[in-house]
Design a protein around this ligand. Structure first.
Ligand SMILES: C[S@@+](CC[C@H](N)C(=O)[O-])C[C@H]1O[C@@H](n2cnc3c(N)ncnc32)[C@H](O)[C@@H]1O
Length: 316
């Protein structure tokens, strides 16, 4: 592990060495950190980029951007508070057409996770909020109190991959008929009362993850970004995505696979059937943290990094 992965003041970027090594292809290029968070990866990239490079940091959580000290980056840095699904608009507003690298380190930052007022952590007491972007009105409280029992079970199952989804959804509905649920402790109680005590913590993590994904439309915005990001890359430019659960990783894997497949011309084939790959996969398998990093940084244990490069072919 090099100095890039050493713990900083309160945040350690995950797989920072690997990201820097695989993302940078032009040290004077333009790089987008689409999930800026506490700026850990951007600082690591900055150490290796030339002074004339440019960094664009995007985060929809204004509290993350507000606590960053821009003087830590010596290159030109643009910080933009928005959803990364708006990447093409961000680049348009900055008069940029194509960039050399885009990084996504999905999920939430440790600063927000540790803030009880945000409601992300089941170990802390707080409101049922879970919004990355607090200017949105849609919170976990709305989901938990207003969705039907079937819809709650579907979300817990689909986004949390939790086997006891129906039982937990039924318990939430029973509890909310007595009183509107407003705190993370109440959601925690609904889960704890529905699952085997031996697996409680795993179930709690899955259920809280499921509601967070729903509140922030995480799968939808990732799909939008994957579509638009590749058009924003210059030929040879790379997209690196670190995901923390199988749903995200599967989406990234399938997207990279589909766009890197070629279908060469065969006799009698129509032009529309020929496919020239628009992407080249740089990581055949996802990269994961080594034992040392995983031991030092629990968040790294579930991280998977996939990287793909835009070819010089036009998209069909
Ligand atoms: C895991 S943290 C990133 C940490 C960062 N790489 C670092 O080293 O400091 C993910 C960040 O992405 C932000 N985020 C998640 N989804 C987003 C989205 N759709 N658009 C913009 N920011 C998003 C979260 O608010 C959070 O700050």
């Amino acid at each position: 592990m090099s100095q890039l992965s050493q713990p900083t003041f309160r945040h350690t970027p995950v797989l920072a060495d690997e990201v820097c090594q695989l993302l940078i292809n032009d040290r004077s290029g333009v790089y987008v950190d689409g999930t800026f968070g506490l700026g850990g990866h951007s600082k690591a990239l900055s150490l290796l980029l030339n002074d004339d490079a440019t960094l664009v940091g995007i985060d929809q959580d204004e509290s993350a951007l507000a606590q960053f000290d821009p003087s830590l980056i010596r290159q030109k840095l643009h910080l933009v508070c928005t959803n990364f699904e708006n990447l093409d608009q961000v680049l348009h507003d900055l008069n940029m057409t194509q960039v050399h690298g885009i990084l996504l380190d999905l999920g939430l930052n440790s600063f927000s996770l540790g803030d009880p007022k945000r409601g992300f952590a089941f170990s802390l007491t707080g409101p049922l909020d879970m919004r990355f972007d607090r200017s949105n009105e849609f919170t976990a409280e709305t989901v938990i109190n207003e969705y039907s029992q079937e819809k709650l079970a579907e979300i817990i199952f689909r986004y949390g991959e939790e086997r006891n989804s129906r039982r937990i959804a039924r318990r939430i509905v029973e509890m909310r008929t007595q009183k509107r649920l407003t705190t993370s402790d109440e959601l925690k109680l609904a889960v704890v009362k529905s699952v085997d005590p031996r697996f409680q913590n795993k179930s709690l993590a899955r259920v809280f993850q499921a509601f967070r994904i729903e509140v922030n439309r995480e799968m939808e915005v990732l799909g939008t970004l994957l579509e638009s990001a590749l058009d924003c890359l210059a030929p040879g430019g790379r997209l690196a995505v670190i995901s923390y659960h199988s749903l995200e990783d599967r989406m990234v894997k399938n997207h990279f696979r589909d766009l890197s497949m070629d279908v060469p011309r065969q006799p009698g084939m129509h032009d529309s059937e020929i496919k020239i790959p628009f992407l080249k996969r740089i990581t055949a398998k996802p990269l994961i943290a080594g034992d040392v990093e995983a031991g030092l940084n629990p968040r790294a244990r579930s991280a998977k990094l996939r990287v793909a490069e835009r070819t010089s072919h036009a998209r069909q």
